[in-house]
Design a protein around this ligand. Structure first.
Ligand code: ATP
Ligand code: MG
Length: 681
């Protein structure tokens, strides 16, 4: 294969495919179609599925982030309510006016504890701290520059998320500074930062003015919750939004509060199961949310798992971005869902393919089986079995084809039978023709023999006739003169007899040789037979021969040389009687031939019969088996019959008898020739 160029390889493969059996081609073609269709729909189906699942997941995570914001804002509102309500308390106003730090500390410390605040501090109308609830000894510092306090001094009640620098934290509590201090944990995708730790804190803070009855500002009450390593909000969001759902032992939902890009409060856990604070957000999210201030939704690798996440910026009261709120859902359940959908889809597709292939198998079988049967039938017919028929299944095209095929076979069979029949007929005809030809050849041969013999005999007879006549005359003259007692009388008588016999032979020869044209006249053949038999019946030597005549009285008259034909009849009658020396039956019959074209005359005797080897010689001149015969009787008869365009045939069986059959052609019937009893011309 490697030796061929690619185009040729393709051509060879296409050729190979085209040479495959029909069923294989069907199955392969359908398989290609099914696989192509299946793969395309699988590809687009899973993509669509993937998109649907993930866009739904993203919509959910956006929604979850909104819920997280609600919890976050609720917390801010709580702080606002606490500072606002306490700022309006008369006892606090009175204690502030009186400068009673003791009462302020006692009252506010309880409020801070009761409402779980980290700080709760009160200032005077200039923003100078009057009393702190954590470290009461630190006071008198100026907080009027604080954006919330300054707003509260202007009679506003405000809340916000604020960055609190380390010195401020230290003023409130060294614990806070410690909670805020976080060494960065190296995070691969995070944006590079020059510092390696964070020491400031991020706080939910609220501030409310303390007003006297005239509405004059007496001071400010502010409080807050430090978010660093405070997990209340994130866990509450998780509880409300995700309801503690787990997937394979892992929390599905995670929530994080970022200070800048640093995780300060989260329920994302690291490999050991600890909260992953100190790690930082990826550069991509950093860029979008912290720099550009836009929400970010998408897949993100958080700590050590893939999540579907949503981030939004957290802004301080001045609108500066100081951190982010994050909600993320473990991607794994969605991936698994997608995979199982894909698996189910693929399974169904595979099952459908198998079912389709089985159906296809049956469909192709229903098409190819009849075709195969037809191929088998063709083979059998090619081997010569024309009786084979194809089974017709349905009335579809193949059924019609089978029907036509059977009809074709039937026709073929018929044509074949005709051919065989025709062959037989031809053979028979050839046989007949050969027989006719042989007969014609025999006839010609016989005629030729007779002609040459005739010529010779005529010459010899002519030369011998005159001397014989003078011998006979002189012998008779001498006999007349001699007395019977004379010693030569007997010898001379013998000479006279033998010479007479010779004259007889010569006469016969001349008869034979003389080819006189026949003198034909219309003759009734029955009458001619009657006359000849009468002559025979007078012969005393044949008295013990019974003569039976079966003559057809309706025979037409035909043109014959009566004398010659009578001679033929006579020869045949004599031969028959001579063949029955001890007597027997001679049957003479005549009739019209089956085709009515000739009259047949039969001379049947019950004599000795003729041995087979003699049958061919019968018509040869001088052939005789008799001591006193000339062997010219039949030869002469043959010549005469020939002159009448007739035929002479012989059938014989040794010991049973012989039948000589003469046949004379009947001339075209004319009214005058059909008269019964036929008048002689
Ligand atoms: N009806 C017959 N039955 C048996 N043999 C026959 C019959 N007719 C002819 N033959 C045979 O055919 C031979 C030839 O007959 P053909 O009439 O030519 O001569 P022939 O009868 O022998 O002599 P001839 O006619 O001069 O007396 C006969 O010698 C005889 O052997
Ligand atoms: Mg004879």
């Amino acid at each position: 294969m490697e030796g061929y160029p690619p185009a040729m390889n393709l051509h060879r493969n296409v050729q190979k495919f085209l040479d495959l059996p029909l069923r294989m081609k069907f199955v392969l073609s359908f398989l290609v179609v099914i696989l192509f269709g299946g793969l395309v729909s699988l590809f687009f189906g899973t993509r669509l599925e993937h998109r649907t699942i993930f866009s739904q997941a993203q919509a959910k995570v956006r929604h979850d982030l909104a819920s997280a914001w609600m919890v976050y804002d609720e917390k801010l509102n709580d702080i606002r309510d606490i500072v606002l309500l306490n700022a309006r308390r008369d006892s606090i106003q009175a204690a502030l006016l009186a400068g009673d730090r003791e009462t302020l500390l006692r009252t506010l410390a309880r409020v801070r504890r009761d409402f779980n605040l980290d700080i709760l501090t009160i200032t005077d109308r200039f923003g100078k701290v009057v009393q702190r609830t954590n470290l009461p000894d630190i006071y008198g510092d100026d907080q009027s520059a604080d954006p919330l306090v300054s707003r509260a001094l202007r009679k506003e009640t405000v809340t916000a998320t604020e960055i609190i620098c380390r010195p401020e934290l230290l003023k409130e509590s060294p614990d806070f500074a410690e909670r805020a201090y976080l060494q960065f944990i190296p995070t691969p995708m995070a944006a590079p930062r020059p510092e390696d730790h964070e020491e400031n804190g991020m706080m939910l803070k609220g501030a409310a003015p303390i007003l006297d009855e005239q509405g004059k500002v007496l001071g400010v009450l502010y409080g807050g919750i430090l978010l660093n390593q405070n997990y209340e909000i994130v866990d509450r969001v998780k509880e409300i939004v995700f309801k503690g759902e787990k997937y394979k032992g892992k929390e599905i939902g995670t929530v994080t509060i970022f200070q800048n890009d640093l995780r300060i409060s989260t329920n994302v856990t690291d490999a050991e199961g600890n909260r992953a604070i100190g790690t930082r957000v990826s550069q991509e999210v950093h860029e979008a949310v912290l720099r550009r201030g836009v929400p970010w939704v998408g897949r993100a690798f958080v700590v050590n798992h893939w999540y579907i996440t949503a981030y939004e910026p957290i802004k301080n009261i001045a609108g500066e971005i100081i951190g982010m709120l994050y909600v993320g859902m473990l991607e794994k359940p969605y991936i698994d869902l997608r995979n199982s959908v894909m698996l189910t889809f693929t399974g169904i597709a595979a099952l459908c393919t198998v079912i389709l292939l089985i159906i296809l198998f049956f469909i192709t079988s229903s098409i190819t089986n009849p075709l195969r049967r037809m191929v088998l039938a063709t083979n059998r017919i090619a081997q010569g079995d024309l009786n084979h028929q194809v089974r017709i299944g349905f009335r579809d095209e193949i059924g019609q084809l089978s029907h036509s095929f059977n009809q074709m076979t039937e026709n073929l069979k018929l044509a074949n039978e005709n051919l065989i029949q025709w062959g037989k007929t031809l053979e028979k005809r050839v046989e007949e023709r050969t027989k006719e030809l042989r007969e014609m050849q025999d006839y010609l041969l016989q005629s030729e023999k007779l002609r040459s013999l005739g010529k010779m005999a005529a010459g010899v007879a002519h030369e011998i006739n005159n001397p014989l006549t003078s011998i006979l005359i002189n012998t008779h003259l001498m006999l007349e003169k001699l007395e019977k007692r004379h010693e030569f009388y007997e010898n001379l008588s013998l000479i006279a007899d033998e010479t007479s016999r010779c004259t007889q032979i010569v006469k016969g020869l001349l008869e034979f040789a003389r080819q006189n044209p026949p003198q034909k006249t219309h003759t009734n053949i029955n009458e001619l037979i009657e006359r000849t038999t009468q002559l025979l019946e007078n012969q005393a030597s044949f008295q013990n021969v019974r003569i039976v005549k079966e003559l057809d009285p309706d025979l037409p008259a035909i043109k014959l040389d009566r004398n010659k034909i009578q001679q033929v009849f006579w020869n045949l009658l004599l031969n028959a009687c001579e063949a029955m020396p001890k007597g027997g039956q001679l049957t003479i019959s005549d009739s019209l031939s089956a085709d009515k074209k000739s009259i047949e005359v039969h001379f049947a005797d019950s004599g000795v019969g003729i041995p087979k080897e003699n049958v061919n010689k019968l018509f040869d001149p001088f052939f005789t088996t008799k001591s006193s015969g000339t062997g010219l009787g039949l030869a002469v008869s043959y010549g005469i019959i020939q002159q009448h365009d007739g035929k002479i045939e012989v059938k014989s069986e040794v010991g049973r008898g012989t039948v000589f059959t003469l046949s004379f052609p009947v001339e075209d019937r004319r009214p005058d020739s059909t008269q019964k009893g036929g008048a002689y011309e």
